[in-house]
Design a protein around this ligand. Structure first.
Ligand SMILES: *Cc1c(COP(=O)(O)O)cnc(C)c1O
Length: 389
């Protein structure tokens, strides 16, 4: 047996594991300290009642002979596909057939698995800093990766590479920078993909957080995108589904990939839990939509407090308007991990070191609006009084 040696190319440390180690060490020396956690990457608000009720009644159906269900369709129930088309795309003038919408267990797995459709000698472009899964999944497959630096100088918007790339990952609103693209900026990428026969994998996990008017909610708002883009959605950050598990991926017929992806899913995936699909459907009811809006508004309000609090403390911040993340430049050119340690020791507050998201994240840290409100308020006070920049 030979192992897949590409796994040995992966960085052995996982960012959040490294953070845990430093926090544990700190707590070993300061056992009574209450740490304020501003690095939280997972949602913290409970599920809306209407969604829990949809799951309970779906579970109850499975207990009765006449309503019991076994395997569902591999790519999801048509009632959910149609619901997605009617609510997420039709109002923006975008049309899809139900078979172009693939219901899955969340964006995380599809974002990596989609790369199976492409040969291993393709070159992959990934904005830097980035959600780590795109890099790792493509490294596991042995693909060449080109990082596209996203810096203050380019407003954290990646520029098109000079060399030809085949697969492009884009995530807007962005994790970790909170940046968004305008229609015009997104159009340049769609045109690039059309001219170079590339494919764009568009991660729309934070679509629900868009609050600026000229920001595209879907890449399919751009003409021609159906030929060159696959779009991945998640209910995790909008409706709090990180434990429920449900998302969907749009693979348009025009990409020429729909049949391949269908084949892949039928072979390797036997469908998303019925209970989770009913939960997802409930997010589209009037009460469900209202609950999602309330949830997102709460996190965005926390984001605003973080933005303003950090600014008042003299820090330079980005993002946090169309995303639950605030990207903060470290003071005086300090390294990401040094600033992490300073914040931990002086303010008893944790954040996420930017360099953990890629080399261009050096000199930044990420604050998360998924943090508890009382932690945020106390942390901002301490940053204001104890950081003394
Ligand atoms: C949280 C997150 C996801 C998704 O998650 P699932 O829970 O797997 O749906 C996808 N992309 C980004 C950038 C994320 O931050």
């Amino acid at each position: 047996m030979k192992i897949n040696s590409h796994y040995t190319d992966l960085s052995t440390h996982y960012l959040f594991h490294d953070i845990d180690l430093r926090v544990k060490e700190y707590l070993a020396h300061h056992p009574d300290e209450h740490l304020l956690r501003m690095g939280v990457g997972d949602v913290t608000r409970p599920l809306p009642r209407v969604i829990v009720e949809a799951m309970s009644s779906a579970a109850e159906e499975l207990a009765h002979e006449d309503t019991f269900r076994g395997y569902g369709p591999e790519n999801g129930y048509e009632w959910l596909q149609q619901c997605i088309i009617d609510h997420d795309f039709k109002p923006r003038g975008i049309e899809f057939q139900p078979n172009e919408i693939f219901i899955g267990e969340g964006a995380g797995s599809d974002l990596g698995n989609l790369s199976e459709l492409f040969a291993s000698d393709n070159t992959v472009a990934i904005p830097d800093p980035t959600y780590p899964a795109y890099v790792d999944a493509n490294m596991m497959a042995g693909r060449k990766i080109v990082l596209l630096p996203c810096l203050k100088e380019n407003n954290f918007v990646p520029e098109r590479p000079e060399e030809k790339v085949d697969i492009i990952y884009l995530c807007f609103p962005n994790n970790p920078t909170g940046a968004v693209l305008t229609h015009e900026q997104l159009r340049l990428w769609v045109d690039y993909a059309r001219n170079n026969h590339s494919i764009i994998i568009f991660d729309a996990a934070y679509e629900a957080y868009i609050s600026s008017p000229d920001t595209p909610h879907s890449i399919y708002e751009i003409e021609g995108a159906k030929e060159v883009a696959v779009e991945v959605h998640s209910f995790s950050k909008s409706a709090g589904f990180t434990s429920v598990r449900c998302g969907y991926t749009v693979v348009p017929y025009d990409t020429g990939l729909q049949a391949m992806w269908m084949r892949r899913q039928c072979t390797k995936y036997n469908g998303t839990a019925y209970v989770s699909q009913r939960a997802a459907q409930a997010t589209y009811t009037p009460e469900g939509r209202a609950a999602v809006i309330t949830n997102v508004a709460y996190y965005l309000q926390t984001a605003r407090m973080i933005r303003e609090g950090l600014q008042e403390a003299g820090l330079q911040v980005f993002g946090g308007i169309n995303a639950p993340y605030i990207w903060c430049a470290t003071p005086n050119g300090m390294g990401s991990w040094d600033f992490f340690d300073l914040l931990l020791n002086r303010c008893k507050t944790t954040c996420t070191p930017g360099v953990g998201f890629g080399p261009s994240g050096e000199g930044y840290v990420r604050f998360s609006a998924f943090s508890r409100r009382d932690d945020v308020l106390r942390a901002l006070e301490r940053i204001h009084t104890d950081l003394s920049l």
